[in-house]
Ligand binder design. Structure first.
Ligand SMILES: N[C@@H](CCC(=O)N[C@@H](CS)C(=O)NCC(=O)O)C(=O)O
Length: 232
């Protein structure tokens, strides 16, 4: 049985079964990328709820695994070289689990490169820009009188949606086959609804994107991943 005692996070969130992947997460657009990927690959795992409250995500135990203090993070007891490995950053987790299983990362070198390209488009573009949109449109930033931050992120979200709309013309999935790029992108599209920002970004004008999100949400693994770990 693998020994995870060298990971201080396991003191606060103990592993019931240390032989399976330990997921530390909350069902947010970044968090569900990891749970959806674990569901899609069929890898055995155990999910621990780490809320966004400072007492959880900024606790010393959590930051022992992720010094950046953000979910998701994982420990794989059966890491490369037979040793346990801890990982944070949702994009890195998707790539790692993809490489581990050979699933959803493409078969040819060019497929892999394109899937990675769209994964990076989400990590560097959609995630940060939609996140700022949520802040300035719905959350604390909505109280700021200066309209420029809101306008900037609304326009940037519209621009990114248009990129997706074009790429999805004639394609079911962003890089051809269903991949980690879709697992990264689609939860953020769903997030626009949570931010109550669909109308302001012209969601309904992007027919390919609308159909794409429906297709994604219909997958059984996605439905389970979206509620793992449960909020309550
Ligand atoms: N680039 C990181 C971002 C992770 C992230 O922003 N996580 C948010 C939830 S979606 C979080 O933990 N927020 C808590 C906080 O900022 O205090 C990743 O993709 O894993």
């Amino acid at each position: 049985m693998p020994d995870l005692s060298s990971f201080p996070i396991t003191k606060r969130w103990p592993a019931a079964d240390p032989s399976v992947i330990q997921l530390y997460s909350f069902p947010t657009p970044n968090g569900v990328k990891a749970s959806i990927m674990l569901e899609e690959t069929g890898l055995p795992y155990e999910a621990h709820k780490v809320t966004l409250a400072d007492a959880d995500v900024k606790s010393p135990e959590f930051l022992s695994l992720n010094p950046n203090k953000k979910i998701p993070a994982i420990i794989d007891p059966n890491g490369p070289d037979g040793a346990p490995i801890g990982l944070f950053e949702s994009g890195a987790i998707l790539l790692y689990l993809g490489e581990k299983t050979g699933k959803f990362i493409g078969q040819t070198a060019s497929d892999k490169a394109h899937i990675t390209q769209w994964l990076m488009f989400q990590m560097g573009g959609i995630g940060p820009m939609f996140g700022q949109l949520g802040f300035f449109y719905k959350f604390a930033g909505a109280e700021i009188d200066d309209p420029r931050p809101r306008e900037r992120y609304v326009n940037e979200a519209k621009r990114l949606l248009a990129v997706l709309e074009g790429q999805l013309a004639g394609r079911d999935w962003i890089a051809g086959e269903y991949s980690i790029a879709d697992i990264a992108i689609a939860p953020w599209l769903r997030g626009l609804d949570f931010y109550e920002a669909r109308e302001v970004v012209g969601w309904d004008d992007n027919k390919n994107v609308v159909a794409y999100l429906d297709r994604f949400l219909a997958r059984p693994a996605v439905q389970t991943g979206l509620v793992t770990p449960p909020r309550d």
